[in-house]
Ligand binder design. Structure first.
Ligand SMILES: C[S@@+](CC[C@H](N)C(=O)[O-])C[C@H]1O[C@@H](n2cnc3c(N)ncnc32)[C@H](O)[C@@H]1O
Ligand SMILES: [Zn+2]
Length: 395
C-alpha cells in the first residue's frame, strides 16, 4: 500500500494493523490526537473494543452460532478485524467514508487473512446500512463508533438489525451531554442535560432515551444490556425487539430527574409538565434533566454472563473489564443517579467516610445501596436524602 505519510504496524488483541505513525500526530502538550491522523486509530479505546469482543462472544455463545456483524464507521478497521478474528462470525462488514481509511481497512483485512469473511465498503454509513437492509441482509450486531454524536446513524441501523439483534453505540460528545452546551444536547438528544457531578450517568440516560425515542417510532423495543461511562466517552449496548406491543413497554421508561442544587434531593418522575413543586426537604428550587431513560441500563443476567466469559477470554484489559463489570453488576439493580460523598460532606462540614462503610450502613437500615462505576466517590441508594445525611453524620 502506497501512502504519502509514514506508517507503523501495531498489534491489538489477535489483530495486526497498519496505521499512520502515531508519534507524528501529537497536539499541544505532546498528547496523541487521533483526530489529526489521515486514518483514525485511538489506542485509548482498547477497553471499549475489548468489551465489544467480549459482548459478541457472549451473544454467540448464547445463540450457539456465528454472527453477522457490521461496523459502518471503521477507521483503521481494528475493531471489525478483531470481531472477525476473536469471535464466532459468519460475516463482517466494514466501511468508512474516508477513502484513505478504506484503503487501510482493505490492506489490514488482507494482512490478517480474513478476506473470505470480511467485506469492505467506502460509503456514507447511513446509506450503506439502508442499502444492506434493502438487500435483506440483517445483522446480529451493528457497532456505531463515530466522531462525537451517533444520532444520525441510529435509524438506518435499526433497519439493518435483525429482530433480537444488538446495537452498540458510542458517544464522545460529552460537552453537550454533560450540560456545557445545553442547547446542543437538547437538539441532538431531545433532553435537557444537567451540570452535576453525576452528569455522565445522566449522559448515558439521555443517549439511551434518544435511541428509545427513535425506536418507539419504529415499533421497536430497546433493552439496554451493558452501558457505561469511561474516560472521554459513554457507550451502550442494546438488544432490539420488533413489535408495537413490545415497544409499549418502553413508553414508561422515559422520565425526568428532578434535582435540588441546595440539598442534593432528587426525584424521578414520568410527567414533568404537571410538576411544579419545590424541594420537600429544604424548599429549594428544583432543576431537572430529561426526558431521559429512567429504566435499568444494565441487564444483570447478561452482565453475569459477560463476567463469566471474561474469565475464559484472555483479553488484554481483562482485569480492568472484570473490575468494571463487577461494579456494573452491583449497580444493575440500583436506582438512577448517585450521591457523591465529598459533595454531601462539604455541605454538612464532615470528613468523608469510606463509600463501602456508607453503603453497609444504608443496607443495615434495609435500604438498597451500592457503588457506581461513574465515580469512585459515589454511591447509589433508594434511601431519601435526609436518611443519607443522617447516616453520614454518624460516622
Ligand atoms: C471514531 S472513528 C472509528 C474508530 C473505529 N470504530 C475504532 O474502533 O477504531 C470514526 C470514523 O468514522 C468515519 N466517518 C465519519 N463520518 C462517516 C460517515 N458519514 N460514514 C462513514 N464513515 C464516517 C471517519 O472517517 C472515522 O474513520
Ligand atoms: Zn433541597
Amino acid at each position: 500500500m502506497k501512502t504519502n505519510f509514514p506508517v507503523e504496524e501495531i498489534h491489538e488483541g489477535k489483530a495486526r494493523i497498519i496505521i499512520p505513525k502515531l508519534d507524528l500526530f501529537k497536539g499541544s502538550g505532546e498528547t496523541y490526537r487521533p483526530r489529526l491522523t489521515p486514518v483514525f486509530y485511538n489506542p485509548n479505546m482498547k477497553l471499549n473494543r475489548d468489551l465489544s469482543i467480549l459482548l459478541a462472544n457472549t451473544i454467540s455463545n448464547m445463540l450457539n452460532r456465528g454472527l453477522n456483524i457490521c461496523e459502518p464507521l471503521s477507521g483503521s478497521g481494528v475493531r471489525g478485524i478483531r470481531y472477525a478474528l476473536e469471535c464466532k462470525v459468519n460475516k463482517v462488514i466494514l466501511n468508512d467514508i474516508n477513502p484513505i481509511a478504506y484503503q487501510f481497512i482493505r490492506h489490514n483485512v488482507k494482512l490478517n487473512n480474513i478476506e473470505n469473511i470480511v467485506q469492505v465498503y467506502n460509503e456514507d454509513a447511513s446509506l450503506l446500512l439502508l442499502k444492506l437492509a434493502n438487500k435483506k441482509l440483517k445483522f446480529d450486531i451493528i457497532d456505531i463508533d463515530p466522531f462525537g454524536s451517533p444520532v444520525e446513524f441510529i435509524e438506518p441501523a435499526f433497519k439493518a438489525l435483525r429482530n433480537g439483534g444488538i446495537l452498540c453505540v458510542t458517544a464522545t460528545d460529552l460537552i453537550p451531554l454533560c450540560g456545557i452546551k445545553s442547547n446542543a444536547c437538547e437538539r441532538k438528544y431531545l433532553g435537557k442535560p444537567l451540570r452535576s457531578y453525576y452528569c455522565r450517568e445522566l449522559a448515558l440516560r439521555l443517549l439511551i432515551n434518544m435511541i428509545n425515542t427513535k425506536a418507539l417510532q419504529h415499533n421497536i423495543l430497546v433493552e439496554p444490556l451493558i452501558s457505561y461511562a469511561y474516560e472521554h466517552y459513554i457507550r451502550t449496548h442494546l438488544r432490539i425487539f420488533r413489535g408495537a406491543l413490545k415497544a409499549n413497554k418502553a413508553l414508561r421508561m422515559r422520565g425526568i430527574i428532578m434535582y435540588c442544587l441546595k440539598c442534593d434531593f432528587r426525584l424521578i418522575i414520568e410527567d414533568i409538565i404537571a410538576y411544579k413543586e419545590r424541594c420537600p426537604y429544604c424548599s429549594g428550587e428544583l432543576m431537572y434533566s430529561g426526558p431521559l431513560w429512567i429504566g435499568p441500563i444494565i441487564n444483570r443476567d447478561f452482565c453475569m454472563s459477560m463476567i463469566h466469559n471474561n474469565e475464559e477470554l484472555n483479553l488484554e484489559t481483562k482485569k480492568k473489564i472484570g473490575k468494571l463489570l463487577n461494579v456494573l453488576l452491583e449497580e444493575s439493580v440500583l436506582p438512577p443517579t448517585f450521591y457523591n460523598v465529598d459533595h454531601i460532606c462539604s455541605k454538612i462540614k464532615k470528613k468523608p467516610p469510606k463509600i463501602r462503610d456508607i453503603i453497609r450502613s444504608l443496607q443495615k437500615l434495609k435500604y438498597e445501596a451500592g457503588p457506581t462505576h461513574v465515580d469512585p466517590k459515589g454511591f447509589k441508594t433508594n434511601a431519601p436524602i435526609n436518611v443519607i445525611i443522617d447516616v453520614i453524620s454518624r460516622f
